[in-house]
Ligand binder design. Structure first.
Ligand SMILES: *Cc1c(COP(=O)(O)O)cnc(C)c1O
Length: 363
């Protein structure tokens, strides 16, 4: 079946193979006589699905043994509260604000601990990343929060900062919601990483948390039990009912990623896709992306038409060409093409062809 190419920022396009598999197994999973969404989370069928998903994710992301992998609910925004509820025991945390998401994170954390803005790219219009050597870190802060890919602003860290090299023993907290599994992740720099599943891992409703064991067990007294990382870890993510169907679909995505050659293969593809699209934008007279080339996101490519009066015509034409959900986030306007793992290079090529064609028609 030929479906349109879907550039949604999230919930986002899924690998078609995964949707086909899920459809085939919808009424009867592996001869169990049940749909996965009808299974007890404590039954042997679902436990097998859960354990395979855990193993596959650990293998794909090369998660070291001293980290726990938690499948939670609440999404990325809930983690903005759940993180300080669990790991702000010194009473303070540092934030590097590089776009809309890290801005929201620091705002929410203020309810639970004292917040210091260690660096910001606000003055240059969210188009660059402040050099870690310039960050104003607070002595004794429990953690330093970054958003490693700003989904709305299209700014991405190409390497993670090493806090120890900056003289800090705080834990690095990474909101990697919109680029997890698109490239390898250097765990030696990380204390905790979290991601809502709906960009690159599966359906909305599942939140991935990968947390270093020494950070567990220090939650604030008011932390809800269902959101206490230690409680969740001690119960294999089944303290309460986990989002079972979303875990199952994410598990199918992990298997798909392994068949594609794993994360290094995805990274190479993602590099090629992003280069194709940025080149088309940079070489045009009509489209513009203002982010500094060394921190442009490979996953989320925001761009503007120099004549904003053409926006509606551009989007209507795109839909007619089978290119969906290209409208930019309401807070910044313009356009945004999200090209996560599930977007094939053919989809990016189709978009690039359309960009050329639309520009030629107007000149
Ligand atoms: C999408 C996104 C979130 C999302 O949060 P939800 O609570 O799942 O809506 C958080 N952080 C980033 C960087 C995102 O892209």
């Amino acid at each position: 079946m030929n479906r349109p190419y879907n550039f949604s920022a999230g919930p986002a396009a899924m690998p078609q193979e995964v949707l086909t598999e899920a459809a085939a197994e919808m009424l009867d999973w592996h001869g169990s006589g049940m749909s996965v969404m009808e299974m007890s989370h404590r039954g042997k069928e679902f436990i097998a699905i859960y354990e395979q998903a855990q193993l596959d994710l650990r293998e794909l992301l090369a998660v070291p043994d001293n980290f726990k992998v938690l499948f939670m609910q609440g999404g990325g925004l809930a983690e903005n509260a759940i993180v300080p509820l669990n790991i702000s025991r010194s009473g303070s945390a540092d934030f590097v604000v590089t776009g809309s998401w890290s801005q929201k994170s620091q705002q929410e954390a203020r309810k639970y601990c004292s917040v210091n803005i260690a660096a910001s790219n606000e003055l240059d219009g969210r188009t660059s990343l402040p050099d870690p050597a310039s960050w104003q870190l607070t002595r004794g802060a429990s953690y330093v929060h970054i958003c490693s890919n700003e989904t709305i602003d299209g700014v991405e860290y190409q390497t993670l900062p090493d806090l120890r090299a900056l003289g800090s023993d705080a834990a690095l907290v990474v909101d990697c919601s919109s680029h997890v599994a698109s490239r390898p992740l250097d765990w030696s720099c990380v204390g905790l990483a979290f991601a809502g599943a709906q960009k690159n891992l599966g359906p909305a409703g599942l939140t991935l948390v990968v947390v270093r064991e020494d950070l567990l067990g220090h939650a604030l007294a008011v932390c809800p039990s269902a959101f206490n990382y230690k409680t969740v870890a001690d119960n294999q993510s089944m303290f309460n009912t986990p989002p079972t169907y979303a875990i199952y679909i994410a598990g199918l995505v992990f298997q798909w990623l392994k068949r594609q050659g794993g994360i290094p293969a995805m990274e190479a593809r993602n590099q090629a896709k992003a280069a194709l699209l940025y080149d088309a934008i940079d070489n045009s007279q009509l489209y513009v992306n203002k982010v500094a080339p060394d921190c442009r996101s490979r996953m989320n490519v925001p761009f503007f038409l120099r004549d904003e009066g053409l926006n509606d015509a551009f989007l209507t034409g795109a839909r007619d060409h089978g290119l969906l959900q290209l409208k930019g986030h309401k807070s910044v306007g313009g356009m945004r093409a999200s090209i996560y793992n599930a977007m094939p290079i053919e989809g990016v090529q189709a978009l690039v062809n359309y960009l050329h064609e639309f520009e030629k028609r107007r000149s």
